[in-house]
Design a protein around this ligand. Structure first.
Ligand SMILES: NC(=O)c1ccc[n+]([C@@H]2O[C@H](COP(=O)([O-])OP(=O)(O)OC[C@H]3O[C@@H](n4cnc5c(N)ncnc54)[C@H](OP(=O)(O)O)[C@@H]3O)[C@@H](O)[C@H]2O)c1
Length: 334
């Protein structure tokens, strides 16, 4: 495994982290989930990414991760870096969602209980909810650190303006933002590039802001939920995320344009001697500001395929130009 420092901090993370959004819930095979976590750990993936609502049912990924931890990794807590998040819909009533202090504090307590842990290594605000003042959310995160329930804090999917506000508030409280989590893949470069000047979304690049403020960047959905593996090149395979009713990838998102781009990209991957998934992960890691990318897997075989990315991370400028000529297409973006 390769490890990199998170922004201006003393924390290193593996360049590949494992996310438990899909495939670790109560509807999934617990034995497979256990094998994936243990294989990841053995391969040096010491960072596992959770959130209160991961499942389904919501919360069950944390419960399952807690079971795996107690049964198989109980002596290894200090070798692990475990995250959770709060902000999306979780429990009924007005306090079960959003970025209020009430939601963040109660969520963290619930998540710790489900995982059977005393603290999270990092706790995130899962989203800016568009209403709650950033001060309120950041003060809640700071409180978690002061109470010892989280060692570090992070933000996820914050728009540029609120992202900068969050960094300023956290820095002022001497609880700097360790990680900024954004969706990023060859099919979604908005966080990296920002919006185009003059367009409705003419935002600053989230990556640039994070780097300027000393925050590490961790990317999610680096394989565009599987679209960048080539698995949808001949239709929607049975059991795939797009085929599953609990999957977040909609069949309508498997468009002819994305499939065609995946076919073209797979040819470049082949010429590099790697799978499309491996090239897609290497491409995300090619941005030196990125600390780690969080992969999802539904089998140990996929995990092995993705781990082999580390054998070939380098790109020639010709390869990057060729990739750019394919992905520079607004129809591919989410
Ligand atoms: N902060 C946020 O708001 C946020 C949002 C989303 C995700 N996340 C985090 O990011 C993590 C990763 O997201 P993601 O699961 O969307 O990531 P992803 O890596 O883009 O997609 C993972 C899916 O791609 C398929 N796959 C992976 N490797 C493969 C391979 N080698 N060959 C064929 N198929 C392969 C599997 O789908 P199949 O089921 O089809 O096999 C797998 O479940 C999440 O678990 C979560 O921790 C955070």
């Amino acid at each position: 495994m390769i490890y990199q420092y998170c922004g201006h901090s003393g924390i290193q993370l593996p360049v590949l982290s494992l996310g438990l959004w899909h495939n670790f819930g109560s509807v999934d095979d617990f034995e497979v989930a256990t094998q994936m976590v243990l294989r990841a750990f053995d391969a040096g993936i010491c960072h596992f990414d959770l959130a209160n609502n991961y499942g389904p049912e919501p919360g069950s990924a944390e419960t399952n991760f807690g079971r795996i931890l107690r049964k198989n990794l109980s002596g290894h807590r200090d070798e692990l870096f475990i995250s959770s998040k709060a902000g999306h819909d979780m429990w009924p009533g007005v306090y079960g969602t959003g970025s209020s202090r009430k939601n963040i504090i109660a969520s963290c307590d619930q998540s710790l209980k489900r995982c059977g842990m005393e603290y999270f290594d990092i706790f995130y605000s899962h989203r800016y909810d568009g209403v709650t003042p950033v001060e309120e959310t950041m003060e809640a995160l700071i409180q978690l650190v002061r109470q010892g329930k989280a060692l570090y804090v992070g933000i996820s999917k914050y728009p540029a303006k609120e992202q900068q506000q969050a960094y300023d508030i956290l820095r002022e409280a001497s609880v700097p933002c360790l990680l900024s989590q954004y969706r990023h893949s060859m099919f979604d470069r908005k966080a990296q590039l920002g919006g185009l000047p003059g367009q409705a979304n003419d935002e600053q690049s989230n990556f640039q802001l994070a780097a300027e403020n000393g925050s590490g960047i961790i990317c999610f959905s680096p394989l565009a939920q599987g679209l960048l593996t080539g698995k949808y090149n001949h239709g929607i395979p049975e059991g795939s995320r797009a085929a599953r009713s609990s999957g977040f990838l909609q069949t309508s998102q498997v468009t002819p344009e994305r499939v065609e781009a995946a076919i073209q990209l797979a040819k470049i991957a082949e010429s590099r001697g790697q799978s499309l998934a491996q090239m897609a992960l290497a491409w995300v890691l090619n941005d030196s500001r990125v600390t780690s990318c969080i992969i999802g897997t539904s089998s140990v075989k996929q995990l092995e395929d993705n781990l082999a990315t580390l054998h070939h991370l380098h790109f020639s400028s010709e390869e990057l130009q060729l990739i750019d000529s394919i992905i520079n297409n607004p129809q591919l973006s989410f």
